[in-house]
Design a protein around this ligand. Structure first.
Ligand code: FAD
Length: 610
C-alpha cells in the first residue's frame, strides 16, 4: 500500500454529471477542498445526453405557474410516493438554479419577449421546461464544467471508485448502521488507463454516479450506468428506497437493431407529435386513466386545440406521464397493432412544417437521418419503450442529501425519494441542480466539523486492492460480457415493464446463479486498459442492484407508476402509504416496509382543492 498514489480532501465527489459538478461548486464555495472523480472524461457524463429541458416553475410562459403547481404535478406524477419534502424543495428552488446557470453563461432558448423559453412536457400542467433546442444537457454540462475548471477544482478523470472506506471494525451493514462506526473515511479507485490504484482520504463522500440502465437489454443509458453508487451505498450500510420503480421511457428507437433503445425525446410529443398504431389510430385516447381524466382531452379536436390555446383546452393524452404512455404502447404492440419493427408510429411530419421540426428538434432530425435513414420531416418514426431512469436510489435526508451512514451523501439519479413511483420529464435536470447544491454544501459543512480522521488503514487498502484484482487470480472462468448479456436478458424478460410473481421468482433464482458465475469470471491480459476487467467489477454492482429491483418488485403486490404487476393490476391504497427500503444483509438483499413521512396540512390541501 505504501506505493499506492494517495490524496486527501474534505469532500470527495464521485461522478461528474450535473449532480456531481453542482455539488463540487457548492462545496468549493463553502471553503472545502474538493475533488471530483469520474469514470469517463469530464464533459462525457450521462447528463450530456439530456435533451428536452429542465423543469422549473419560472412562470415565463404561464404566469399562473408557481412552485405549488409544480410540487403538485411532481407528487401526482410520482403517484404520491415521493418524499414530500424533496418534492417541495425541488419545486421551490429549481427556478433559482436555472437562473443561476444563465448567470454562469448558459444560453437558453428565448420567448418572443426575451425571457427563458419554456416547453411542454408530460405531466406538467404548464409549459415549464427551460431548454436549448433538444440539447439541454449539453449546455448544462458545458456551463457547470467551465465553472468547475475556472474555480480550480481537482478533477480525476477515467478513474473508477470500487470501494468506500469507513471507520471502525464493523463488518455487517446492520452493525454499521447501528453503531457510530462506519463513518466515511475515504474511497478506493483505479485508473482506467494504467489499472493502477489510488486512495482518497476524505471525511465526506458525495455519490453522484447516476443510474442503472445497463442491467437491461434495451436502454437509453450509456455504458457508465452500472449502478456503482447504488451498490457502494448498500455495501457501506445505507439503504435504497423505491427500487421497484424503473422508468421505461415510452419512445426509444426500435430500428435498426444496432440503435435499439436510443432515446426519442418527449419534446417530439410536446411540440405536436402524435402516436398512432398500424391502423393509423391515435390510440392514446383509449388509455386515459381515471386519475387523469379531468385534465386530459378526450377528442382529437380538443387535443389539437390545446397546442394553440392552452387555457381553453385540456392536454392531449400523448402527454400523460411516461408510465401511462409506455404501458399503452406495450398493449398496442401485444394486441398486434404495432409497427413493422415491433413499436408504434410517432408522427410529427404530418403535423408540423419542415422548418419547425428542424429548428425545434435538430438532434432528433439528425439522429433518425443518420442512424435509421428516416427523414422525420417527411415520415413517421417507429418507437417503443426503453429502460430510461431509476426512480429508486439511496435514501437520504431531504435537506442535506446525507444517507444513514455519517459522511455519505447522494445526489442526482443515484439518490431516491424525490420522484416516488414515476419521474416527470425535465424533473431530473432540476433535481441534479437543487440537490447537488444542497449535498455539496452540507458535505462541506460536515467535513469542517468532522474530527480529523485516523486515515484509511493499510489493511483496508490491501483488502480493497485484493478484491479488485481477484478476477486476475482465476483461470479458465467465464467471460464478463457473457454474464452481462445474460443479466440483461433476465432483467428485460422477467423484471421489465410488465411483471408477475412467477417471473420475478424465476429472476431471483437466475440472479443467484449469475452471481455465482460472476464470482468465477476470469480476465485475460494485464491491468492496462482492460475493459473486460472493468466490466467484471461493474457486474458485481449490477447484480446487487438488479436483486434490489427484483425483490422490491416482488414485494409490492400492486401496480403503481413505473411498477406494473399483471397479477395485481390495481393500485392499492394501503400500498400508497408505504415505501420499500433495501439493505444488504450478508450476501443477500433484505426488503423492509416504511411508512411515508407525513405531509404537512398546508401542502396536503393542494391536492384537495382541485
Ligand atoms: P450522470 O450525469 O450520469 O453522471 C454520473 C457520473 O458518475 C459520471 O461522471 C460517471 O463517470 C460517474 N461514475 C459512475 N460510476 C462511477 C464510479 N464507480 N467511479 C467514478 N465515477 C463514476 N432528464 C431531464 O430532466 N430532462 C431531459 O431532457 C432528459 N433527457 C434525457 C435524455 C437521455 C437520452 C437520457 C438517457 C436521460 C435523460 N434525462 C433527462 C435524465 C437525466 O439526463 C439523468 O437522470 C441525469 O443526467 C443524471 O445525472 P447525474 O448527475 O445523476 O449522473
Amino acid at each position: 500500500p505504501s506505493s499506492i498514489e494517495r490524496h486527501s480532501y474534505d469532500v470527495l465527489i464521485v461522478g461528474a454529471g450535473g449532480a456531481g459538478l453542482r455539488a463540487a461548486i457548492a462545496a468549493h464555495e463553502a471553503g472545502a477542498r474538493v475533488a471530483v472523480i469520474c469514470k469517463s472524461l469530464l464533459g462525457k457524463a450521462h447528463t450530456v445526453m439530456a435533451e428536452g429541458g429542465i423543469a422549473a416553475a419560472m412562470a415565463n410562459v404561464w404566469p399562473e405557474d408557481g412552485w405549488q403547481v409544480h410540487f403538485r404535478d411532481t407528487m401526482r406524477g410520482g403517484k404520491m410516493l415521493n418524499h414530500w419534502r424533496m418534492a417541495q424543495l425541488h419545486a421551490q428552488e429549481a427556478p433559482d438554479r436555472v437562473q443561476e446557470l444563465e448567470e454562469w453563461g448558459a444560453l437558453f432558448d428565448r420567448t418572443a419577449d426575451g425571457l427563458i423559453s419554456q416547453r411542454d412536457f408530460g405531466g406538467h400542467r404548464y409549459a415549464r421546461l427551460a431548454h436549448v433546442g433538444d440539447r439541454t444537457g449539453l449546455e448544462l454540462i458545458r456551463t457547470l464544467q467551465q465553472r468547475t475548471v475556472a474555480l480550480g477544482i481537482d478533477v480525476y478523470m477515467e478513474c473508477t471508485v470500487t470501494k468506500l472506506f469507513q471507520s471502525g471494525q464493523a463488518t455487517s451493514s446492520a452493525e454499521k448502521r447501528a453503531s457510530a462506526d462506519g463513518r466515511i473515511t475515504g474511497a478506493f479507485a483505479y485508473w482506467r488507463e494504467s489499472g493502477r490504484f489510488v486512495v482518497f482520504d476524505a471525511p465526506t463522500v458525495v455519490l453522484a454516479t447516476g443510474g442503472i440502465g445497463k442491467s437491461y437489454k434495451v436502454t437509453s443509458n450509456s455504458w457508465e450506468y452500472t449502478g456503482d453508487g447504488h451498490a457502494l451505498a448498500l455495501q457501506a450500510g445505507a439503504s435504497l428506497v423505491n427500487m421497484e420503480f424503473v422508468q421505461f421511457h415510452p419512445t426509444g428507437m426500435v430500428w435498426p437493431p444496432s440503435v435499439k433503445g436510443i432515446l426519442v425525446t418527449e419534446s417530439v410529443r410536446g411540440d405536436g407529435g402524435v402516436l398512432r398504431n398500424s391502423e393509423g389510430r391515435r390510440f392514446m385516447f383509449d388509455y386515459i386513466p381515471e386519475f387523469f381524466k379531468a385534465e386530459t382531452a378526450d377528442t382529437e379536436e380538443e387535443a389539437d386545440g390545446w397546442y394553440e390555446d392552452k387555457a381553453k383546452h385540456r392536454r392531449p393524452p400523448e402527454l400523460l406521464p411516461r408510465d401511462e404512455v409506455a404501458r399503452a404502447i406495450n398493449s398496442e404492440v401485444k394486441a398486434g397493432r404495432g409497427s413493422p419493427h415491433g413499436g408504434v408510429f410517432l408522427d410529427i411530419a404530418s403535423r408540423r412544417s419542415v422548418e419547425y421540426i428542424q429548428r425545434r428538434l435538430p438532434s432528433m432530425y439528425h439522429q433518425f437521418k443518420e442512424l435509421a435513414d428516416v427523414d422525420i420531416t417527411a415520415e413517421p418514426m417507429e418507437v417503443g419503450p426503453t429502460c430510461h431512469y431509476v426512480m429508486g436510489g439511496v435514501a437520504v435526508d431531504p435537506d442535506t442529501g446525507e444517507s444513514a451512514i455519517p459522511g455519505l451523501y447522494a445526489a442526482g439519479e443515484v439518490a431516491g425519494g424525490m420522484h416516488g413511483a414515476n419521474r416527470l420529464g425535465g424533473n431530473s435536470l432540476s433535481d441534479l441542480l437543487v440537490f447537488g447544491k444542497r449535498a455539496g454544501a452540507a458535505a462541506a459543512e460536515a467535513a469542517t466539523r468532522a474530527e480529523p480522521a485516523a486515515g484509511v488503514s493499510d489493511d483496508d487498502v490491501r483488502a480493497a486492492a485484493e478484491a479488485a484484482l481477484a478476477p486476475f487470480e482465476r483461470q479458465g472462468g467465464e467471460n464478463a460480457y457473457t454474464v452481462q448479456q445474460d443479466l440483461q436478458d433476465v432483467m428485460h424478460n422477467l423484471v421489465g415493464i410488465i411483471r408477475t410473481a412467477d417471473e420475478m421468482e424465476k429472476a431471483l433464482q437466475d440472479l443467484g446463479k449469475l452471481r455465482e458465475r460472476a464470482q468465477q469470471i476470469s480476465v485475460e491480459g494485464h491491468r492496462q486498459y482492460n475493459p473486460g476487467w472493468h466490466l467484471s467489477l461493474d457486474l458485481a454492482n449490477m447484480l446487487r442492484v438488479s436483486e434490489c429491483i427484483a425483490r422490491a418488485a416482488l414485494e409490492r403486490t400492486e401496480s403503481r407508476g413505473g411498477h406494473t404487476r399483471d397479477d395485481f393490476p390495481a393500485t392499492d391504497d394501503s400500498w400508497g402509504a408505504v415505501n420499500l427500503h433495501c439493505t444488504l444483509d450478508g450476501e443477500s438483499i433484505a426488503v423492509r416496509r416504511e411508512p411515508l413521512p407525513t405531509m404537512p396540512d398546508d401542502l396536503r390541501q393542494l391536492f384537495e382543492e382541485k
